[in-house]
Design a protein around this ligand. Sequence first.
Ligand SMILES: [Zn+2]
Length: 113
Amino acid sequence: MHEMSLCESIVQILEEQAREQQFARVRRVVLEIGALSAVDTRALRFCFDAVTERTLAAGAALDIHELPGLAWCLPCGAQVEVAQRHDACPRCGGHQTVVQGGEDMRIKELEVD
Ligand SMILES: [Zn+2]
């Protein structure tokens, strides 16, 4: 499952950070997930609990901030929000849009001990 490997890479990042910054436990992880990243946040939460069990992040809270998908609409000459990659422009209904943001997932904040 896609979300399972995402959680495994999150744990890897946490372990690297723990070594660099000398903390032993992670209390809270704040993730930013773009609407166009194709990440199922419910599945991600489920996997997070399973994957972090017996790691430095066991029992850590997971906060997910969903960011809107952003696209540049050529006819409008403006940046617009889209919920999905191939959505029409909400202003003009056109499909001449170029995705500009909301495709990534990143760790925004950590609360550690
Ligand atoms: Zn438009």
